[in-house]
Design a protein around this ligand. Sequence first.
Ligand SMILES: [Cu+2]
Length: 126
Amino acid sequence: MYHIDSLPAHPEEYVDITGHQWFWEFCYPANGTCFNTTYDASTNSATGGALWAPAGSTIQINVTSTDVIHSFNIPGLGVRIDAIPGRVNTFGFSIPLVAPGTQFIIYCTEFCGTFHGVMRAFLIVT
Ligand SMILES: [Cu+2]
């Protein structure tokens, strides 16, 4: 548990992630940009934004919510952390050494209302 909770000493990237009913917002403080993800269930694809991270890098995510409790989950990488209004939860993890363009699906895993089931996004390896 201590190992899982410890943050990387020098993450190569920080991403602020905010859960909204019903989409994920990704903000990159290094360049001051934010992107909202729009997920299309008919094609299992997302536009507008993603969690972009280089292969082999270590990143820290800072996760919160603006409305209700969500949960940020990347099952392919064993990442799951709650998104709670008024609180920022942090988590650090490594991006595997896979080909650029590889995508890992992101789910909301805390029932958060009508469109919870399509509150999805992708981690895209760059
Ligand atoms: Cu949610």
